[in-house]
Design a protein around this ligand. Structure first.
Ligand SMILES: *[C@@H]1O[C@H](CO)[C@@H](O)[C@H](O)[C@H]1NC(C)=O
Ligand SMILES: *[C@@H]1O[C@H](CO)[C@@H](O)[C@H](O)[C@H]1NC(C)=O
Ligand SMILES: *[C@@H]1O[C@H](CO)[C@@H](O)[C@H](O)[C@H]1NC(C)=O
Ligand SMILES: *[C@@H]1O[C@H](CO)[C@@H](O)[C@H](O)[C@H]1NC(C)=O
Ligand SMILES: *[C@@H]1O[C@H](CO)[C@@H](O)[C@H](O)[C@H]1NC(C)=O
Length: 391
């Protein structure tokens, strides 16, 4: 009898548990359904879907199954979307970080995501004047003749010049690029949409540079003991990780000279990679060795161009190593007590979309009438071999 009661009791409580589980399951389902319907309703209200541009874009998007996930609903694209066509190939930086559609901006949690990127020239049925902007990558433009350019152009459209490489290595030589670009997005600090390799943040994490006119705060007092502890075990002088052994500025010669001078004191410049005798451990990370053993690092750029300073400087700064610099930027005033970071994967991409959506900026007129000179003041000298080869 006692056993029977116990069993009955257990049975009932099991059933109760099942019922309550089912109850919660139902509630969850219902609220989920309600929210789906609600979202659908809101969507339908917010986007009246009769804008021909958006319709055309959607038809194109719908054809591409890769975007099914992002654009499941046909009216997801907002009407004030900015469309940018990548005219040159999208396999090189920075275009390879843009991806297609809105993804680059959504995935990076950009504040403004209202931009749509494609490299499909037939996106609007082949009418490239319907794009708000057309992007050109300077790295892919070296032999771009007038016939490779967009056939038709309208006044409100922005032609944007992108380039991450140095102007010395990639001068613009053709005259048809004068009076051609409206905006630039490069490492040069006076670009319309600066695309730097390094962001400088203050102690509070605010981006304060790089800028042409920096307002530095003087370092406050000596460095603290933590930093001494981080460097106390270092024993070696200078490291350099490098794989491009030929560069126009002959940086390798400078490194060898430095090595010769140091050898008098029993120190050396240790070159890791294809241009030196040392290799980084296969499993380990070069930067660990740098951080543990070295006092200095050669942050040598491959060429001299105004403002051209790359992540090579970060290699040193982020591993408690003093950079020895060689390049065309103005390094004179860089201070400690700032944070130096690589922005290229988030902030730079976001800032392109932000600029396209900045009404005032977008509506202002601008043309680079001396573009070749702006990009590289020495272009006429640098272009002579180029022209003698091609003509
Ligand atoms: C867009 O929709 C609105 C309201 O539905 C309508 O008044 C307007 O005429 C439509 N515009 C076009 C271009 O079809
Ligand atoms: C320095 O070496 C000592 C002794 O080997 C070790 O305990 C200490 O953690 C090292 N310091 C750093 C910053 O690696
Ligand atoms: C640096 O100098 C030492 C001897 O002084 C030599 O063994 C070494 O190969 C040199 N390294 C480079 C990168 O020239
Ligand atoms: C862009 O540049 C072209 C060519 O110089 C010019 O005709 C056009 O007005 C400019 N557009 C804008 C929006 O600045
Ligand atoms: C300009 O280019 C020529 C040819 O490459 C070079 O010899 C010269 O040093 C350059 N001048 C400057 C200021 O970079």
């Amino acid at each position: 009898m006692f056993l029977f009661f116990r069993l009955r009791h257990r049975c009932i409580s099991n059933v109760r548990q099942m019922i309550s589980a089912r109850f919660f399951f139902c509630i969850t389902c219902i609220s989920f359904a309600i929210s789906i319907i609600w979202i659908h309703f809101i969507d339908a209200r917010n986007y009246s879907n009769n804008d021909s541009l958006v319709r055309e874009a959607l038809e194109n998007v719908a054809k591409d199954h890769r975007f099914a996930e992002v654009y499941r609903k046909a009216d997801r694209l907002s009407k004030d979307m900015k469309y940018m066509l990548l005219w040159t190939g999208d396999e090189l930086e920075p275009f390879n970080t843009f991806g297609r559609g809105q993804r680059a901006f959504i995935q990076r949690n950009c504040f403004i995501i209202n931009c749509y990127v494609t490299n499909d020239r037939n996106f609007f049925g082949g009418d490239v004047t319907k794009f708000d902007a057309i992007g050109f990558n300077g790295r892919s433009m070296e032999s771009m003749s007038p016939w490779d350019l967009p056939g038709k152009r309208i006044n409100t459209q922005k032609y944007i010049y992108f380039n991450m490489e140095s102007a010395d290595n990639y001068p613009v030589c053709y005259e048809h690029f004068e009076n051609f670009f409206n905006w630039t997005s490069t490492y040069k600090l006076d670009s319309d949409i600066p695309y730097p390799y390094i962001h400088i943040k203050n102690i509070n994490g605010e981006v304060i540079g790089p800028k042409a006119e920096m307002k530095w705060v003087e370092s406050s007092g000596p460095i603290d003991n933590d930093v001494y502890r981080l460097i106390e075990n270092k024993t070696k002088a200078v490291a350099w990780f490098v794989s491009n052994c030929k560069s126009r500025n002959h940086r390798i010669k400078l490194a060898k000279n430095l090595n010769r001078s140091l050898s008098i004191y029993g120190y050396s410049v240790d070159i890791y990679g294809d241009c030196g005798e040392l290799k980084c451990p296969r499993d380990g990370n070069c930067n660990e060795i740098l951080e543990r053993d070295y006092f200095f690092y050669l942050s040598f750029e491959n060429s001299f161009s105004e403002d051209y300073v790359t992540e090579k400087l970060l290699t040193a700064l982020q591993h408690n190593v003093v950079p020895i610099v060689f390049g065309g930027a103005d390094y004179s005033s860089w201070k400690n007590n700032y944070i130096y970071q690589d922005p290229s994967n988030s902030d730079n991409v976001c800032s392109v979309c932000a600029a396209l959506n900045d009404k005032e900026l977008f509506e202002s007129h601008k043309t680079y009438s001396h573009f070749r000179y702006w990009w590289n003041p020495n272009y006429s000298n640098r272009c002579i071999p180029f022209f003698s080869i091609t003509s």
